[in-house]
Design a binder for this molecule. Structure first.
Ligand code: ADP
Ligand code: MG
Length: 249
């Protein structure tokens, strides 16, 4: 495949012909995805359709059985997977903050250990990132003293502190109480409009419609439909997408 011109910018990601099986169970059956630098792609689809697996293949937590992955137009399959994971920020449903460390230490840890920053540099970077997510005042609190929504914003700050080229979100708001979802989605929307490249696996159809540049609908390990949000939501081309939308909208 010829990479589009925009691949020269930082943070574009392309997966082509991605296949993955667990034993005889084929989970991804030839998935293509392309995220232009600075754009947001939302991945929607029923439970078990392979959305999380796709993210895990794209950051090489699972090695694809076939296909290629290009970051900024260059294949990453020959690189050290740890290096790739530093270029991709991951935010999951479960925040997995270290409970016995302060909020600031949670954010500073990665930059210290993996990017070689000094203690002071990492601390000031952490405070800067916490400021960005509106939680500088909580820097010296323990995670347990924060709401779920605040903890997820700390997890986002932690990922951003690694200066990723692209961010992956896997149902980042699914574990939150309903009243806390909005704040996290607003932060994600801010990141998107600030030019971060993002892949967002989500059940929040409002977010997918209003924030994404591209929506990708997966079912049964394939991309059934993809396009601009208006096309995907207002003019679905397949019964599978129509039926999915009728259940979630
Ligand atoms: P989604 O995120 O869309 O709900 P997943 O990617 O988590 O779907 O899962 C897709 C399918 O792959 C499911 O049938 C799931 O049981 C299976 N699966 C996911 N991870 C593993 C694994 N590590 N080993 C075996 N099967 C898995
Ligand atoms: Mg999932």
């Amino acid at each position: 495949m010829t990479a589009p011109a925009s691949d020269a910018e930082s943070g574009s990601l392309t997966g082509t012909g991605l296949h993955l099986a667990f034993g005889r169970n084929k989970i991804l059956r030839g998935v293509d995805i392309h995220v232009d630098a600075g754009t947001t792609t939302s991945v929607i689809g029923p439970s078990g359709s392979g959305k999380s697996t796709l993210l895990r293949v794209l950051n090489r937590l699972h090695e694809p059985d076939a296909g290629d992955i290009l970051l900024d137009g260059r294949s990453v399959l020959g690189d050290n997977p740890d290096r790739l994971r530093q270029r991709i920020g991951m935010v999951f449903q479960q925040f997995n903050l270290f409970p016995h460390r302060t909020v600031a230490d949670n954010v500073a840890l990665g930059p210290r250990k993996l990017r070689g920053l000094s203690k002071d540099e990492a601390r000031s970077l952490a405070l800067e990132q916490l400021d960005l997510v509106g939680l500088r005042a909580k820097a010296d609190s323990r995670p347990a003293n924060l709401s779920g929504g605040q903890q997820q914003r700390v997890a986002i700050a932690r990922a951003l502190a690694m200066k990723p080229e692209i961010m992956f979100f896997d149902e980042a708001t699914s574990a939150l109480d309903p009243e806390l979802v909005k704040g996290v989605l607003a932060l994600m929307a801010d990141l998107a409009s600030g030019g971060m490249s993002m892949i967002v696996v989500t059940h929040e159809m409002g977010f997918a419609r209003t924030v994404s540049d591209t929506v990708l609908f997966m079912d049964g390990g394939v991309v059934v439909e993809t396009g601009e949000p208006e096309a995907v939501f207002d003019d679905p081309q397949t019964d599978r997408l129509r039926s999915f939308l009728s259940q979630v909208l």
